[in-house]
Every structure is written in structure tokens, then in C-alpha cells.
Ligand binder design. Structure first.
Ligand code: GDP
Length: 441
């Protein structure tokens, strides 16, 4: 996979000795070359590198991170949006039985993926069932049957029938009667490339008969950016569609396929990364990019990036808290975690525009590492109800929380007191912040 090349570019950049501007320019050029080789669309590549250059010149890193590290964070952000942004696909069904119908051209990896998906859900405790409705390719029945045996999942089909809709209906009752709760329907894929219209038509015919909860389009990564048209039409044809991109392990063009599909705003749910049944992953753009950039080999950088993300989340929460004059225990939890990485609360509050002008009593808010550990454990042991409304925490709840978190009742009381203190402070801030805003500061 050519995208693997990015790891080297990143580590060269971080170790390089050239002046920052030159190193950035070299990085951008190498990045462009790599993405083009991975079949990413030229326009997308140019847009991406323009954003990276602009941000690299404009943005100032926070004090605890170097310019070089901040640059990698920019690349990480921008590449993540190229591959779909912050989306985390929802793979666990909201209802059962849940019917998934797979469509795709022959050879795309549809049958293999049907079994992979069944196996994926089985591992999470669901009871999947596989259905073969492919009446065109005699081997399809046998292939899915064998795969279902391998993973020990019920299977249904009818090699003698030539009516896919009839098979689908009968097998659906079979699966439901067998107490399965994720039903995966494999369909025929006799169409060639360019025959998308037929594919979409057939999809609609079978869909009418079985009323699926989700239709998954299987795309072979080796078609590269050609995936764009297919995904776009599919995406506009069905609101319940998602996409699986297969064979990412076997092609140089994976980057092209992923970015092209992401550009249509279709949801990529899974990626296939090998021939074996377990080689299926939920597609998370940020995780994917983290991996191709080799961030896993740079644990301190990852740590810093995580704390940046956490602190910007906290910033948002605190801004909201100050606007409403109320802070939740969940905010407090994040605050304690962030303090560990970034230092005292006053420093975090300074990140919020306007707030650096306000005096914060740091001494009063300072807590020891040991206490942070205890308090995090305490908050973790609270129920959702208690987190939302700490006022209901009475003596017996205090004792239960203490036992649950391996702390003492005094520890719990102390945390609640601290929480009160922060709340009072936030209330005061709301008043003063409102005043500052009125003054136009
Ligand atoms: P179908 O015609 O769409 O049902 O495709 P198949 O499931 O029969 O798969 C076609 C070929 O692609 C088979 O040889 C599979 O082993 C292979 N295949 C499917 N998914 C992957 C994948 O993620 N990686 C690799 N390397 N091969 C795959």
C-alpha cells in the first residue's frame, strides 16, 4: 500500500534539520506524490495541500507542543477530513431483527464480506443469519454455505430456485424463526463495471420485497477514484445505504477509493483488509489516518494530540458552563484529566477567548495527583443519574460510591465539596464574563 509511505515522510520530517518552512514544503510535495500514486483525485490533493500550507503558516501551536508536532497535527486533521472527517459509523443496530442487504458487482468481494460481517456481529454477541439469493452463479450458494459452516452461523438459500425475491422472502422467515437477529442477504452480482444502473435497479426490486434496514454497497478498492460515480449514484438512490470497501490490502489505489467515496458523503462502514474472515474493520477515518501516518509509533506525540483534542472539548464545555453558570460532574471529570496533561485549570481557562482577563484562584483549585486518581475513580462509579444531579447523593449513596471506587466516604465528600467550589467559581465567572462581553472585551 503506497499510503504506508507516509510513515516515513512523517518520521523524516520530525527528525529533519531543515528550517521549518523548507521542511513543510518538502513534506507537502512528498505528500502530494504519495496521494496521487494512491489514485486520490488531483483536485482533492490540491485542496488538501492548500489547506495544510495555509494552516501551517497561520496557526501558532500551544506552548507545550513544537511547531513540527503541530504541523503533524494539521496533516492528521486534514487527511482525516479527506477520508471522511470525524464520522464514527454506527455499526450496532438500533433494532433487531436487523436486515442488511449486500449489493455489488461480481468479484467485488460481496460473498466473502457477507461472511465477514456475520462473523463481526457474532463476536459482539448477536445471532446472525446468512442468506444467498444469487441464482445466476451456481457456485455462490456453495461458497456462502461453506463460509457459514466455517463461522458456525445459520444459512439459507435454494440452489434449485431461479427467483431471488421468492428465496429472499422464504429465507427471511427461516432466519426469524430460527431466532437470529442480524439477517445478512447476499445478492447476485452479475453486472460488469459500468452497469451500475442495472445493479441499482435490482437492488430496488429485492429491497421492495424484503424491506431491509440497511443496504450495503460493496466496492473493490482497486477501482480507485472511479468509485466516486458509483458511490454518488448509490448514495442518492437509497437513504439507508452504507459502503464497504474491500481489498484495501491488495491495491495501491485504496486511498483513491476511500477519498472518492468520502467525497460523496456516503458512509463507509467497514473496510476489508484481507481474504480471511476476521479481516474486516469498522472504518474510522481518524484511526485510519493515525495508522497510515504511523502515529502509533510516536506515543508521546499521540499523547499530546489526544490532550489537545481533550482540551478543545473541555474548552467548549467550559465555555458553555460559563455561559449557563453551571458545570456538570462530567465536565469536572474531563477537567481533572486535562489538568494532568496541561497543568492547572487557570491555564486551560486562558484558552477561552476573553477569559485570560479574569483572575482565577489557582491555589484553591490545585489538587494532587493522588487525589486526581481517586476522584476520577469516584466519578466513574457514579450512576448516570448521580452525574446529572449530584444533589441526590445522600449518605447511603456516598457509601456505595466509596465502596464501588475503592475509596472512602470522606474522599467522596471532598470531591463533592470541590465540585461545589468549582460551581460557585463558574457562577461568578458567568457574571463577570457577561460584564466583559457587555463592555465588548
Ligand atoms: P463476489 O463475487 O463479490 O461475491 O466476491 P467474492 O466474495 O467471491 O470475492 C472475490 C475474491 O476477492 C475472492 O478471492 C476473495 O477472497 C477476495 N477478497 C474479498 N475481500 C477481500 C479483501 O478484503 N482482501 C483481499 N485481499 N481479498 C479479498
Amino acid at each position: 500500500n503506497v499510503l504506508e509511505n507516509l510513515k516515513k515522510i512523517v518520521s523524516d520530517f520530525l527528525r529533519g534539520k531543515e528550517p521549518y518552512e523548507i521542511a513543510v514544503e518538502n513534506f507537502v510535495k512528498e505528500l502530494q506524490k504519495t496521494l496521487l500514486r494512491a489514485d486520490v483525485n488531483v483536485k482533492l490533493v490540491l485542496e488538501l495541500t492548500k489547506n495544510i500550507r495555509e494552516r501551517a503558516l497561520k496557526e501558532r501551536p500551544p506552548p507545550y507542543i513544537s511547531k513540527q508536532e503541530w504541523f503533524i497535527k494539521i496533516v492528521y486533521d486534514e487527511l482525516s477530513s479527506l477520508f471522511g472527517g470525524d464520522i464514527k459509523p454506527q455499526v450496532f443496530p438500533v433494532k433487531t431483527p436487523y436486515i442488511i442487504m449486500l449489493v455489488g458487482v461480481q468479484g467485488s468481494g460481496k460473498t466473502t464480506t457477507a461472511a465477514k460481517i456475520a462473523y463481526f456481529y457474532k463476536r459482539y454477541g448477536y445471532r446472525p443469519c446468512l442468506i444467498c439469493t444469487d441464482t445466476y452463479r451456481p457456485a455462490a450458494y456453495e461458497q456462502l454455505y461453506q463460509l457459514s459452516k466455517q463461522i458456525d452461523v445459520p444459512f439459507c438459500g435454494d440452489p434449485k430456485s431461479s427467483d431471488p425475491i421468492d428465496i429472499a422472502k422464504k429465507c427471511l422467515s427461516y432466519c426469524i424463526n430460527n431466532n437470529t437477529n442480524i439477517i445478512i442477504i447476499d445478492t447476485a452480482g452479475r453486472h460488469g463495471y459500468g452497469e451500475e444502473e442495472y445493479l441499482l435497479k435490482e437492488m430496488q426490486d429485492i429491497a421492495k420485497a424484503v424491506n431491509p434496514d440497511e443496504v450495503m454497497l460493496i466496492i473493490d478498492a482497486s477501482i480507485g477514484q472511479k468509485a466516486y460515480d458509483l458511490a454518488l449514484r448509490f448514495h442518492s438512490a437509497t437513504p439507508i445505504g452504507s459502503i464497504v470497501i474491500t481489498k484495501l490490502d491488495g491495491t495501491a489505489k485504496g486511498g483513491g477509493a476511500l477519498s472518492a467515496v468520502a467525497a460523496t458523503k456516503a458512509i463507509i462502514k467497514f473496510i476489508g483488509t484481507g481474504e480471511k474472515i476476521p479481516e474486516l474493520e469498522v472504518f474510522d477515518p481518524r484511526r485510519f489516518v493515525g495508522r497510515i501516518l504511523g502515529l502509533g509509533d510516536l506515543p508521546t506525540l499521540i499523547d499530546k494530540l489526544k490532550s489537545i483534542e481533550r482540551s478543545s472539548d473541555l474548552e467548549k464545555r467550559l465555555t458553555k458552563a460559563i455561559a449557563t453558570g453551571k458545570i456538570s460532574l462530567v465536565d469536572l471529570y474531563l477537567q481533572i484529566q486535562t489538568m494532568r496533561k496541561l497543568g492547572p485549570l487557570s491555564k486551560i481557562l486562558q484558552l477561552i477567548p476573553g477569559l485570560s482577563l479574569l483572575p482565577v484562584d489557582d491555589k484553591q483549585l490545585k489538587i494532587s495527583e493522588e487525589k486526581m486518581d481517586k476522584w476520577l475513580a469516584i466519578i466513574n462509579s457514579m450512576t448516570y443519574e448521580e452525574l446529572r444531579n449530584p444533589n441526590i447523593i445522600d449518605k447511603s449513596r456516598i457509601n456505595r460510591i466509596a465502596i464501588g471506587s475503592g475509596t472512602t466516604a470522606d474522599d467522596v465528600k471532598e470531591l463533592l465539596k470541590y465540585y461545589e467550589l468549582v460551581n460557585t467559581m463558574i457562577k461568578n465567572m458567568k457574571r463577570r464574563y457577561g460584564l466583559l462581553r457587555k463592555l465588548g472585551i
